[in-house]
Ligand binder design. Structure first.
Ligand code: PHE
Length: 329
């Protein structure tokens, strides 16, 4: 046994360790064979012999385990040393990455509203009819549903066509006062110079007690926001229609390309439409069971903002992952 323990001591790799284990404890192992001899013994002799064998076995196993641990550790250190990564080499070979222009723009929008004490809310991309349409005063046969070409699944689920369902989800799960934005991707069946089937919106919703919120609050914050995003532009509110707001407005800024004098991009009007907004329709509050409240909401397309900020005229270049394009932002 002494000899075995000495050999164990000297083992310097995991393969030899396993070989020695089999040699001692395997089916035909030295100790296994000695255990087999027990059946030929009797009485005190058998007891003493068995005790000795058990002690030997325990000693061997204990040492085997600690040996295995130290060999594993040594092997890991060796691997770590071999696999060292030269971080400076990586930077030298690969271009430095920037945030994607869409997300840079989104972050800038979020920054403004977070500074204005808005919380950030999210909702599922696969929505049900109730949250995406019905609770927003777009009942099943309402013609306004045509405004949004929807990707439907078989079971009346759909890819959300705007971030407005997050308004509904937030009101269902929280009480007033509500002061939230909901940034995220939305989906419509559209694809051309200025439309892509997946794009991003930022929704805003503020709800307080009855009569506390008026159009003035909405106008004030959106003017402040648009100056923050576009600098010194003129802003106008144009009466419009959304089923979930009443009254509703679309907001235009003076054209960032021609300064308002009229060009191809603003269709010679001098104005560019940048967002939709309004005072929350009472029917929306009814759908979520809110009583005696007032609020405003707005929604904007992040891609449109990014295009105007960076003077890009084909939206698709944002999604083509061409580094030569993306590097410019
Ligand atoms: N959900 C509207 C859209 O996608 C935008 C909007 C949001 C308008 C909130 C008014 C209020 O076009």
């Amino acid at each position: 046994m002494q000899e075995i323990m000495t050999r164990l001591e000297q083992v310097d790799n995991l393969n030899d360790l396993e070989r020695l284990r089999v040699e001692v404890l395997g089916k035909k192992g030295i100790l296994t064979q000695q255990f087999a001899l027990l059946k030929n013994l009797e009485g005190e002799t058998k007891k003493t012999f068995a005790k000795g064998l058990n002690t030997n076995k325990e000693d061997f196993e204990k040492m085997l385990e600690s040996k295995r641990e130290s060999l594993l550790k040594a092997q890991m250190n060796e691997n770590l040393a071999k696999e060292v990564v030269d971080a400076s080499l990586f930077t030298a070979l690969h271009p430095k990455s920037n945030g994607h222009p869409i997300y840079q723009t989104m972050d800038r929008i979020i920054d403004f509203f977070v500074n204005m004490n808005f919380s950030i809310q999210t909702g599922p991309l696969v929505e049900d009819d109730f949250h995406n349409f019905e609770a927003l005063n777009l009942p099943v046969f309402h013609p306004a549903r045509d405004m949004q070409d929807t990707f439907y699944f078989k079971d009346s689920m759909l890819l959300r066509t705007h971030t407005s369902p997050v308004q509904i989800r937030t009101m269902q799960s929280q009480d007033i006062p509500i002061r939230m934005i909901a940034p995220g991707s939305v989906f419509r069946r559209d694809y051309d110079l200025t439309h892509s089937p997946m794009f991003h919106q930022v929704e805003g919703l503020v709800v307080e007690q009855k009569d506390k919120i008026s159009f003035v609050h909405l106008k004030y914050i959106l003017e402040d926001f648009l100056h923050y995003m576009f600098g010194d532009v003129k802003i106008r509110f144009r009466s419009s229609f959304f089923p979930f707001t009443e009254p509703s407005a679309e907001v235009d800024i003076s054209c960032v390309f021609c300064g308002g004098s009229g060009c191809r991009i603003c269709s010679h009007t001098g104005w560019l439409e940048v967002l939709g907004c309004g005072i929350v329709n009472q029917k929306v509050f009814d759908a979520v069971g809110y009583k005696d409240v007032s609020g405003y909401a707005f929604g904007l397309g992040v891609e449109r903002f990014a295009m105007l900020i960076h003077r890009v005229n084909d939206l698709r270049s944002f999604f083509e992952t061409d580094l030569r394009v993306l590097e410019q932002f």
